[in-house]
Design a protein around this ligand. Structure first.
Ligand code: NAP
Length: 314
């Protein structure tokens, strides 16, 4: 029984990878009494030692295979490029009736890499919490990371509805709002809302660095929220983001192609002094911002309301 008097949703949850997302899940599951036992595994002894030191899980295992034994929920929470190999390693050790999920920022490539290894009797329900910060590692997690954020589930047709519903209940109990989405569509949506913007932030910070001025006090002092936000986003984990771009290649290239066209159009408008074009464009984009605030996905506060909150989700 947990604090609310309800039974845990899962008996044994195995977290493979113990970074920001997995550690936030561990805290949120603990806080809500949502799992009777949380087993954890990370690749390096150093990360496993930190997780043990802070008491993140009930048990820490040297191998992913040992962590998943007897688990009714297994969560892949590593960079997406690792997930196929981990699925191959754990497949023979998954309990019949278990649910396998992941939290990767890209969905189609993860399904292609993981699904072929999933044994009969195990349901694979891919997922993506749209919540994050620029911090990583087992110490970076916190129980409220998912509160009021979307958690997208992208199961293939034919997946057992009961096991999708159970995973959905866990995500909701951790505070998230859950939606279902087709995996390829997910990747296109996220290319627009997250992946391309991250690449633009990396580029902008790179440009400032090339100018040799990014660490100049005047750049930092006089930077409005725009550039400061870019530097925060561009501080996100390099391995995670390398894998996002390598695995969501098509959708990201599609969006960047469109972005480049629009950028050239604006560049041309500036060169030609076409104020009408610029004004009309900025009016359209302003309306989108208002829509985001009205939908409750951000606040109108200065600094984008992110003083302590989430911000750089992948
Ligand atoms: P993170 O903080 O960088 O942690 C990654 C973890 O994965 C580390 O514990 C690492 O262990 C472990 N790991 C890496 N390769 C492994 C392997 N082969 N076997 C076992 N463990 C391995 O990562 P994160 O930010 O939590 O991201 C995890 C996943 O969530 C990614 O797929 C990412 O796309 C997705 N996601 C991230 C965000 C975000 O904003 N950060 C948001 C939504 C979804 P070591 O330390 O031992 O290397």
């Amino acid at each position: 029984m947990n604090e609310t008097g309800a039974a845990p949703i899962y008996e044994r949850v195995a977290l493979i990878g113990l970074g920001l997302i997995a550690s936030s899940m561990a805290h949120a599951m603990r806080a809500g009494g949502l799992a009777r036992h949380i087993a954890g595994h990370a690749r390096s002894a150093g990360t496993r030692a930190v997780a043990a030191e802070i008491g993140l899980c009930d048990s820490i295992h040297e191998t992913a295979a040992a962590a998943v034994a007897g688990a009714d929920l297994v969560v892949l929470a590593t960079p997406v490029g690792q997930m196929g190999a981990i699925a191959a390693e754990i497949a023979p050790h998954l309990a019949p009736g278990a649910t396998l999920t992941d939290v990767g920022s890209v969905k189609r490539a993860v399904i292609d890499a993981v699904a072929p290894h999933v044994p009969a009797g195990v349901a694979f329900v891919p997922g993506h919490p749209i919540a994050g910060t620029e911090h990583s590692g087992p110490r970076s997690g916190f129980a409220t990371l998912f509160r009021n954020r979307w958690w997208l589930l992208t199961p293939e047709p034919g997946t057992d509805p009961a096991r999708i519903a159970r995973l959905r209940a866990l995500c909701e109990a951790m505070g998230a709002k859950v939606d279902m989405m087709e995996a390829t569509h997910h990747d296109l949506v996220l290319a627009v809302t997250s992946h391309a913007p991250h690449l633009i932030a990396y580029t902008m910070v790179g440009v400032a660095d090339d100018l040799g001025r990014v660490t100049d006090s005047e750049v930092i002092n006089y930077s409005a929220a725009g550039f400061r936000d870019f530097t925060r986003i561009a501080a996100s984990d390099p391995t995670m983001w390398r894998d996002v771009f390598l695995t969501n290649r098509e959708a990201t290239l599609e969006i960047l192609g469109r972005f480049t066209e629009e950028l050239f159009a604006l560049q041309r408008a500036i060169r030609l002094g076409d104020g009408e074009h610029l004004h009309a464009y900025f009016t359209r984009t302003r309306a989108i911002r208002r829509g985001i605030i009205e939908a409750g996905q951000d606040t109108a506060a200065p600094d984008f309301g992110r003083g302590t909150g989430p911000g750089t989700e992948g």
